[in-house]
Design a binder for this molecule. Structure first.
Ligand code: FES
Ligand code: FE2
Length: 340
């Protein structure tokens, strides 16, 4: 997967997934195509080529590929020379939704592109141009397993410790979900804002801090309104955290993309319902990057690198119910050969 904004109209985009390099581009109607990022001619990276008239052209000798992945032109061929079958590329199913490009990664050469399952029924993600929200996005690389990263974000009891300098506050024992739901492809938990006034004031002060920074005003609204935190996780790999207070909300989408080399490409989109001027982006971005860095520092230290889905290594307790739930879902997917 990739951020949809990374794919420009006339430029191919190289992405990596499970150690496989793929290239994506758009045809003239805007439809997406993804194929292996390797030219069948002499092996050049197709993402170093260009897109013209909706076709991907290799940057080495100019072979050109249609949105079906078929090689449609070999400039050095003399008239009447045939294009060999091996010159065509197999397409990988891909589509755009929620500000991301979604790829169905597979190892079969004969996958029926129409038979790929639909995207999970993700909801609540605002459109980028929704005037009720100001959105930002970014990407980073972590030396951690994608499951460890997801587990880090669905576990709120780390917040008072990992984020004590930003929005942590106290109250680890008040961060149990008050409601949980699971389907075969998703998990949901509702966590009420802790009664602990320190935690609440830290959360509520997001606005105050931004206002203070931007306008120099003293905002002491430490009696923050009660709120709730919604964690929604859809397999594969889409996490939406919604922090909802009476007068403001913050949503964060997180997508950890496994690169297959011990690293994970972490994509994020962030939405805020307050201080929607672009002038506030600098402060908001600094804040997001700071807490992501706090998470990265601790999650990259976790051993073993691969979480044991059968639960014999980590000592998981009742407060880890979301992690336990995720591992259960992933065990089912593993047993059905859908995750590795
Ligand atoms: S390597 Fe791509 S056209 Fe020659
Ligand atoms: Fe965190």
């Amino acid at each position: 997967m990739a951020l949809a904004s990374r794919l420009k109209e006339d430029e191919p985009l190289g992405v990596n997934l499970h150690g496989t390099s793929l290239v994506l581009w758009r045809d003239t109607a805007g439809a997406l195509t993804a194929v292996l990022d390797r030219c069948p001619h002499k092996g050049a990276s197709l993402s170093r080529g260009c897109v013209s008239d909706g076709k991907l052209r290799c940057g080495y000798h100019g072979w050109s590929f249609s949105s079906e992945g078929r090689c449609v032109e070999i400039p050095a061929n003399r008239e009447g020379m045939a294009i060999p079958r091996r010159a065509h590329r197999v397409r990988y199913p891909c589509q755009e939704a929620h500000g991301f490009l979604w790829l169905w990664w597979h190892e079969q050469s004969d996958l029926d592109i129409e038979a790929v399952p639909a995207l999970p029924p993700i909801n609540h993600v605002p459109e980028a141009d929704d005037p009720a929200w100001r959105s930002m996005e970014g990407e980073t690389f972590w030396s951690a397993h994608w499951i460890r990263i997801l587990e880090g974000f669905i576990d709120l009891t780390h917040v008072p410790f990992v984020h004590k300098g930003t929005f942590g506050g106290a109250a680890a024992d008040q961060l149990y979900p008050s409601a949980e739901e699971a389907t075969t492809d998703s998990l949901y938990a509702l966590i009420d804002t802790p009664r602990d006034p320190k935690y609440r004031s830290e959360q509520g002060n997001l606005i105050g801090r931004l206002k203070n920074t931007l306008f120099g005003s003293k905002n002491n609204d430490s009696g923050a309104p009660a709120g709730s935190q919604h964690l929604h996780l859809w397999l594969a790999n889409f996490l939406l955290i919604r922090v909802v207070f009476k007068d403001f909300s913050i949503y964060l989408c997180l997508v950890p993309v496994p690169l297959g080399d011990g690293r994970t490409h972490l994509l994020w989109r962030h939405f805020r319902s307050f201080l929607k001027s672009p002038l506030a982006d600098g402060v908001a971005l600094k804040r997001v990057l700071r807490f992501l860095e706090e998470d990265r520092y601790i999650v990259e230290s976790v051993e073993p690198f691969d979480p044991d889905l059968d639960g014999r290594v980590d000592l998981l307790l009742a407060s880890d119910s979301m992690t336990i739930g995720l591992r259960r879902l992933l065990r089912e997917k593993r047993d059905a050969n859908l995750v590795r």
